[in-house]
Design a protein around this ligand. Structure first.
Ligand SMILES: C[S@@+](CC[C@H](N)C(=O)[O-])C[C@H]1O[C@@H](n2cnc3c(N)ncnc32)[C@H](O)[C@@H]1O
Length: 348
């Protein structure tokens, strides 16, 4: 997915030679003719076709040469952001990478072992987006609320390693089974351990796995008590009240922060809650806790909330309740994006 498309029937060096010839052409008509021929030979390569079209549509020879130079650069020079492998010189090819703060994801990715069988698992597109934008191949991702293993499954596909922590031992086994039944084309490690993420010695777990730190953390905690995941008193869904939930979340983030490299990203996926006729802004309250720990807020993404199987059947009932009760039915959750400070004194 990260690789730009191959140049269809083109041999890359032949394509470059032809483009350099175009660059040496001194008449606009000659440029247009050569580019037209090239475009006729390029199939199913959206990036290349659109670049060639732009050259053809140039009003002046100077402009056409500028676009040819840009295309040659796109094909020969790799320029990446600080924390990913995306080639900025070919940015137009990454159509599937989100850059807007509103995500409408109509359908969850159900390919391979991904299933919606764990009540409360997130759509695989969330870790997929985050891993592509905020890690490089071979780096480590930490998911301290690993659940059914959506993050490590995505990481394995994308060639990243994961340390996953999950309180429920049945889910640890489940996630391990799913990961094992997926191909591991990049030969990376997906390590899932059982434990309470506020206390697990993450540095030790990483050391046992051959790593010393992580480059991205993806946190998808319980949304307080909306779904009760277990009877375990350490389960965040067993928090006694919102204040206690926030304290526990803070303890997990502090523990995670110890092994997250400076300047790297932490993602929090969470929704709000409704109780006693009041909207509880759990998302923003959690966001504030993380900011208070010294992380800087980079983005707030609002993502559409799929109807759960239960709610789908009760859609009309919810609509009636909303009209009668003067509230709005939840249709969104948040993906908060934070960056750990590059300075030592702020890192807690
Ligand atoms: C919202 S789910 C995460 C689902 C996951 N993203 C997936 O796609 O399957 C939250 C998970 O956190 C786990 N959990 C709750 N408290 C925890 C704690 N203190 N330490 C580790 N895991 C915890 C729950 O058992 C549950 O599986």
């Amino acid at each position: 997915m990260l690789e730009p498309q191959p140049h269809s029937r083109h041999n890359p060096s032949e394509l470059l030679a032809r483009l350099r010839e175009v660059r040496g052409t001194t008449a606009m008509a000659g440029v247009q003719k050569a580019v037209e021929q090239l475009a006729g030979q390029v199939q199913n390569d959206h990036f290349l076709l659109s670049e060639l079209k732009q050259i053809q549509a140039s009003q002046t020879l100077e402009r056409a040469h500028y676009y040819v130079d840009r295309l040659i650069k796109g094909l020969t020079v790799v320029r990446t952001p600080e924390v990913s492998d995306l080639n900025l010189n070919r940015w137009k090819e990454y159509n599937e990478i989100q850059t807007d703060s509103l995500w409408i994801i109509p359908r969850r990715d159900g390919t391979g072992v991904h299933k919606a069988d764990y009540w409360g698992n997130f759509v695989p597109q969330i870790p997929q987006q985050m891993i592509q934008r905020y890690t490089r191949a071979g780096e480590w991702v930490l998911d301290p609320f690993c659940g059914s293993g959506t993050t490590p499954i995505e990481a394995q596909r994308l060639g990243r390693n994961t340390l996953g922590v999950e309180l429920r031992s049945d889910m640890v086994e489940h996630a391990r089974r799913l990961i094992e039944s997926e191909l591991n084309p990049h030969v990376v490690s997906q390590v899932i351990v059982q434990g309470d993420s506020s206390r697990v010695d993450l540095a030790q777990e990483l050391k046992s796995a051959g790593a010393s730190s992580v480059q991205l953390a993806i946190l998808h905690p319980p949304y307080f008590d909306i779904i009760q995941f277990s009877e375990n008193p350490n389960d965040l869904s067993r928090a006694t009240d919102v204040t206690n939930f926030l304290q526990r979340l803070r303890a997990v983030v502090s523990n995670v922060s110890r092994v997250l490299d400076r300047g790297r990203y932490l993602v929090l996926v969470i929704g709000d809650k409704y109780a006693d006729g009041e909207w509880i802004p759990l998302g923003f309250q959690s966001m504030q806790e993380i900011c208070n720990l010294g992380f800087s807020l980079k983005s707030i993404v609002v993502k559409n909330f799929e109807d759960t199987a239960g709610k789908r059947h009760q859609k009309e009932l919810w609509r009636y309740r909303a009209l009668a009760g003067g509230f709005y039915v939840f249709k969104h959750e948040y993906v908060f994006l934070f960056r750990k400070s590059t300075r030592k004194r702020n890192a807690r």
